[in-house]
Write a protein that binds this ligand. Structure first.
Ligand code: SOE
Length: 385
């Protein structure tokens, strides 16, 4: 019988569901050295937690995360919580010797991130930060094409992450819109993904110049008990101040000489979860759109004159990372599959004692870039990392 690894998940909303699905699916579609067991789910509201656990096949429930983290039968702690809660849980879990699968963004600031990394290293536990878009077949294949020299020297990185769920000024003041619970707006939530992709595909960032916009200054207070996945209900007649930015723009230089731009907004009317990037190099170019995540656009200077143009690679063939674990070529996959890929790689990293990326060291670098962006926007000057 295969070895089992007992998982305890904390958080049971949007990410709790996405992660649960991944723990269930990974051993069904990947040949793993150990099987994850959905041991216990943890959350504060007992009734809805129990419903969640039953639906997603978690064996038990806990309402006290400290208890869960110190249980000797738990091997892995899955932190499917908002960033404001990552630090306490990750530190406690690492001290208990648990491997950590943590949702992004890593933390509220770089001081927390540094400490989280140190405690994980001191206790020799695996620490994975879930920037799942790296693990779509198309993005992983883009990295391979860059490594294989298909793009040549990279001149430009251009990235936009666009959503529109708070355009309505009556959309309530949820935790994502308050500094004390989120630290920042799209600069944290969206640009963390974008910076991770830039680090993965291009390299380290050297300087940051940024600006932020605050379009709506006040909103009705949210009834957090009924607020869900990027949706919320308002408390009547009570208003509060929005204390994070609504949009953030960054211009960066990379250490390797590439220059880049990042646009992150929750005010791109009509755009739901659109993350696009473009990479322009001396030999070719690449473009990706998360809303068409099975595709990669590729232009090659090597194509015959007169027949050049961007072509669409449908990244569903056996040669594309992860694709052969799913369906025959052309049978596309979706958002949730990238979480399954992350779980499969995480289990392998634990059992084979290899590195998994991105880890908390990568997360720290991302937070440093995001912080530099906030400082730059506040001071109006360029920040060198
Ligand atoms: C909300 O903006 C959000 O759910 C992010 O937090 C996720 O990381 C992203 O994948 C989708 O949008």
């Amino acid at each position: 019988m295969k070895k089992q690894l007992n998982v305890g998940i904390i958080g049971y909303k949007f990410m709790g569901r996405a992660h649960s699905n991944a723990w269930i699916k990974a051993p069904l579609f990947f040949d793993l050295p150990a099987v994850p067991v959905l041991k216990a789910a943890c959350g504060r509201q007992e009734e809805s937690l129990k419903e969640f656990a039953k639906k997603w096949h978690w064996e038990e429930t806990e309402t006290d995360w400290k208890k869960l983290v110190s249980r000797p039968d738990i091997d892995i702690i899955d932190i499917a919580l908002p960033q404001q809660l990552h630090y306490d849980v990750a530190i406690a879990a690492a001290k208990e010797g648990k491997h950590i699968f943590c949702e992004k963004p890593l933390s509220m600031n770089s001081r927390q991130a540094e400490e989280m990394l140190k405690v994980c290293e001191d206790n020799k536990v695996k620490h994975y930060l879930n920037h799942n878009y790296r693990r779509t077949p198309a993005v992983s294949y883009a990295r391979k094409m860059i490594d294989d020299g298909k793009i040549g020297r990279i001149f430009h990185w251009r990235c936009a992450y666009q959503q529109d769920w708070i355009v309505d000024p009556e959309f309530p003041l949820t935790w994502q819109l308050r500094k004390e619970t989120a630290q920042a707006g799209p600069q944290w939530d969206l640009n963390s993904h974008a910076v991770d992709l830039a680090h993965y595909l291009i390299g380290d960032i050297a300087t940051v110049s940024a600006l932020t916009a605050h379009f709506i200054k006040e909103r009705p207070l949210a009834d957090e008990t009924t607020s869900g996945n990027l949706s919320a209900t308002a408390k009547e007649n009570e208003k509060g101040e929005v204390t994070v930015e609504d949009a953030a723009l960054m211009m960066v230089t990379f250490k390797n000489g590439t220059i880049g731009s990042f646009e992150a907004t929750r005010f791109a009317t009509g755009r739901k979860n659109r993350l696009t990037f473009e990479i322009y190099g001396s030999k070719g170019s690449l473009a990706f759109d998360l809303e068409r995540m099975n595709e990669l656009q590729y232009f090659s200077n090597d194509d015959e004159a007169g027949q050049q143009g961007f072509r669409t690679i449908l990244a569903t063939e056996a040669v594309h990372p992860y694709a052969s674990n799913w369906w025959p070529a052309g049978h596309i996959i979706g958002y949730e599959h990238s979480f399954v890929h992350a779980v499969a790689d995480f289990i392998k990293a634990i059992e084979e004692d290899t590195a998994i990326k991105p880890d908390f060291a990568d997360g720290l670098k991302i937070i440093q870039v995001l912080e530099a962006g906030i400082v730059s926007a506040e001071t109006g000057s360029q920040v060198t990392l």
